[in-house]
Design a protein around this ligand. Structure first.
Ligand SMILES: Nc1ncnc2c1ncn2[C@@H]1O[C@H](COP(=O)(O)OP(=O)(O)O)[C@@H](O)[C@H]1O
Ligand SMILES: [Mg+2]
Length: 383
């Protein structure tokens, strides 16, 4: 497919030293909370996002790689869908456990249990969160539904955990399921904890809804996830949004677009969610955003904000870079199929790359990678 295997992006990355350095600095706390990676199709935006994800994981961050697209129903104006997608794709550094939301929740749960057993560690965040491990009620998390979900997860009961995962990953399916959530995640868990609130209060205070009040509980919940992974020993949560121009092409209604841009600006503000977020966009993204709003007569929109978005413009990979990449592919291919890289005539690969890297197709890099692999497969098949 021309895509490096997950976890090995760094090994198959060439060039981009300027961008990579700036991105790495960005993770270490300097720079803006959001960054747009801007380039044409096939120029390496997704690749660089995968690189940041791998790098963030190796630097002890949790990371989530989200692809926006109309088919998968992940829309940037719908913060409940965004939270669901972020949690569906969340990963923690592999040495801490498996990826996915279950892995992340187990990791948080373990940190909580460990704190209880530590002689001096029994104070502080985890004690406050669980109200001295009674789990009855606490306001240590900002999002009430996130507390209910985490508490239910920590009972360890399988069907309950399945429901928690489904709720957090697809919150939009639970808008009218509050009764079910209350029955199974609160009432049915009385042997584990006793929540002092009446059932009426759960409904009136929106303790089981993520979508009410302008998705307030979603933003709070994302901030809580960031806090929880940080308290559990990681450095926070990094989110990568691929195919972000879906906000221009996929959202047909101008109000949805405005809402999506507004969410981007809220991420940029860094207050709603303190972690870093990265966005892959096609060229002229900002110009197109403005044009589309102006076309619809949205003259009051705060257009200045678009100009404040920090942006990286990336050029396509050069022929020399592609040649270097071909060399790395050759080593990996030789290793996989048990031959020595010297067995392949260097000129054969070099000529192919030289020819393809001059070709005018837009998706040159991916095409070249695929053709190199194909050539190596053929040579191996023949020998
Ligand atoms: N810096 C790089 N080093 C190595 N390979 C790269 C690099 N940038 C892109 N590629 C490869 O080029 C191809 C196209 O890149 P991709 O990230 O899919 O482009 P985009 O998302 O901009 O359309 C992919 O196969 C990718 O792995
Ligand atoms: Mg891409």
């Amino acid at each position: 497919m021309g895509i490096p295997p997950a976890g090995y992006t760094k090994h198959f990355t060439v060039g981009r030293s300027h961008e990579i350095k700036a991105l790495e600095t960005c993770l270490h706390g300097d720079g803006a909370p959001v960054l747009l990676l801007q380039a044409n199709y096939g120029s390496g935006k997704s690749h660089l996002l995968r690189y940041i994800r791998d790098h963030a994981l190796s630097e002890n961050f949790a990371a989530s790689f989200v692809t926006l697209d109309a088919n998968s129903g992940v829309r940037f104006n719908r913060m409940d869908q965004i939270m669901g997608a972020i949690l569906r794709n969340i990963e923690i550094p592999p040495h801490h456990g498996p990826g996915g939301l279950a892995g992340a929740l187990d990791f948080i749960h373990t940190a909580c249990e460990d704190a209880r057993e530590k002689p001096g560690g029994a104070n502080g965040f985890w004690k406050e969160l669980t109200n001295g491990w009674k789990w009855d009620f606490s306001e240590r998390l900002e999002s009430a539904p996130m507390f209910v979900a985490l508490r239910a997860w920590c009972t360890g009961e399988q069907p309950v955990q399945d429901l928690v995962i489904d709720w957090l990953q697809e919150p939009e399916n639970y808008r009218s399921q509050r009764k079910q959530l209350y029955t199974r995640l609160v009432e049915g868990l009385r042997p584990h904890f006793r929540d002092p609130r009446s059932d009426m209060q759960f409904y009136m205070d929106n303790v089981l809804s993520f979508h009410t009040d302008g998705y307030r509980a979603v933003w709070d919940g994302l901030r809580d996830v960031n806090t929880l992974v940080a308290e559990a020993g990681l450095r926070g949560l990094i989110v990568l949004f691929d195919e972000f121009e879906d906000v221009l092409t996929g959202l047909t209604n101008v109000q949805w677009k405005e809402a999506a841009f507004w969410n981007l600006f809220l991420f940029m503000g860094g207050k709603r969610f303190p972690g870093r977020t990265f966005y892959a966009v096609t060229p002229d993204f900002v110009v197109k955003c403005k044009d589309q709003l102006l076309e619809k007569g949205r003259f009051d929109f705060d257009y200045k904000r678009f100009d404040e978005l920090p942006t990286f413009k990336m050029s396509p990979l050069t022929g020399t870079e592609l040649a270097e990449l071909a060399g790395r592919i050759l080593s990996a291919h030789a290793c996989a199929y048990g031959y020595r890289p010297e067995d392949v005539s260097p000129s054969q690969v070099r000529d192919l790359v030289a020819h393809l890297s001059r070709s005018p197709v837009q998706d040159r890099a991916r095409h070249t990678i695929r053709e190199v692999v194909k050539l190596l497969d053929t040579i191996m098949g023949d020998s």
